[in-house]
Ligand binder design. Structure first.
Ligand code: URA
Ligand code: URA
Length: 224
């Protein structure tokens, strides 16, 4: 049977262990107790942007004006990922601000959100010359930064815009027409691939498919 004495001794041991643990942490330079919530974002978007700096890690830096990092709500529930900056984006330093961007803005409004409420980024952050497809080594070099952005924002929903973003994030060679229309698991988030707004401008007959995908996103968004 445990006596009062035993219980006191056990409590003293626990207190001593906690103290010893805190002394150990203090030795590591940790002076505050952090809750799980507070320890989650190890990085900030600003820190990731600073790490990228005036990047020369791939050849795309040669022709670019701006590193188009991404913009929007750092706590966004929904993140849109495109392919790469185009001419307007490169000049303004912001994602999706050209013709395709205007359509994306309308698509976001159609699901009762604004650009400020979501976050918008691209697979690669510098404009490829003549808007050619980014090369595998350019993607390999740039993608870790987008991954860090997504780990920091921790969106519940990701919308991959177009073949390129969908195939890169899902690490598949499946066609966008086969990938779209349903959510795919992505590091704890739900990822919806859909057609790229630039593709829609040339092929408006696919707008109804995008609208289906957006309605699914709107439903998922409302669950939160
Ligand atoms: N197309 C993209 O994929 N991204 C942009 O930022 C603009 C156009
Ligand atoms: N091809 C693309 O590259 N993107 C689309 O969204 C559709 C077809």
């Amino acid at each position: 049977m445990q006596t009062k004495e035993d219980i006191h001794r056990a409590l003293r041991q626990i207190v001593a262990q906690v103290k010893a643990h805190l002394r150990f942490q203090k030795g590591l330079g940790i002076n505050t107790l952090l809750s799980h919530q507070e320890t989650k974002p190890l990085l900030t978007l600003d820190a990731i942007r600073r790490e990228i700096g005036d990047c020369t890690r791939c050849e795309l830096h040669e022709g670019r004006n701006s590193v188009v990092f991404g913009e929007g709500n750092p706590h966004a529930v929904l993140v849109f990922v495109g392919e790469a900056p185009g001419r307007e984006e490169d000049l303004q330093g912001k994602p999706f601000v050209g013709k395709a961007g205007e359509l994306l803005t309308r698509i976001i409004k159609a699901i009762d959100l604004t650009r400020e409420e979501v976050y918008i980024a691209n697979i690669v952050k510098c404009r490829p010359p003549q808007n050619r497809d980014p090369k595998p080594d350019e993607i390999r070099t740039c993608l870790p930064f987008l991954r860090k952005q997504l780990e920091t924002i921790r969106p519940r929903i990701i919308c991959a815009l177009g073949t390129f973003a969908a195939q890169t994030l899902l690490e598949t060679a499946e066609r966008i027409s086969a990938l779209r229309g349903r959510f795919h698991p992505y590091h704890g988030a739900r990822l919806m691939p859909t057609y790229h707004p630039a593709f829609l401008l040339r092929n408006p007959q696919f707008k109804k498919d995008v609208w289906e995908d957006m309605k699914a996103i709107r439903e998922e968004y409302k669950k939160g």
